[in-house]
Design a protein around this ligand. Structure first.
Ligand SMILES: [Cu+2]
Length: 109
């Protein structure tokens, strides 16, 4: 095997690695909102259209996520999660139906 062949093989595998990385990052738009101490963290989140946001309850009491007319979870016990896929751009405000002072916003672009 010549040096030139080795070299082109190395370039090809590097290119394959970069492509694999780009394909992986295209799926990295999905995001998680953690619920802890009566707070959505982060309270404001921006994602691309088509992304799935998952809320995970880390509190030891139940919470529920409601965005009027858009989505609604059941009451989430500790370590329960709820996911919603946002297909349309816009601002989605939501709150906890059990503790309405808990609010958050998902911005979809
Ligand atoms: Cu709550």
């Amino acid at each position: 095997m010549t040096f030139a062949t080795l070299c082109s093989l190395a370039i090809r595998s590097a290119a394959a690695a970069i492509m694999a990385f780009q394909m992986t990052s295209a799926h990295c738009e999905d995001a998680t909102v953690t619920i802890d101490n009566f707070t959505f963290e982060p309270a404001r989140l921006t994602v691309k259209a088509g992304s799935t946001v998952t809320w995970k309850n880390r509190d030891d009491i139940p919470h529920a996520i409601v965005s009027a007319g858009k989505f609604k979870s059941k009451a989430l016990d500790t370590d329960d999660s709820y996911s919603f896929t946002f297909t349309t751009a816009g601002d989605y405000t939501y709150f906890c139906s059990l503790h309405p002072h808990m609010t958050g916003t998902i911005t979809v672009e």
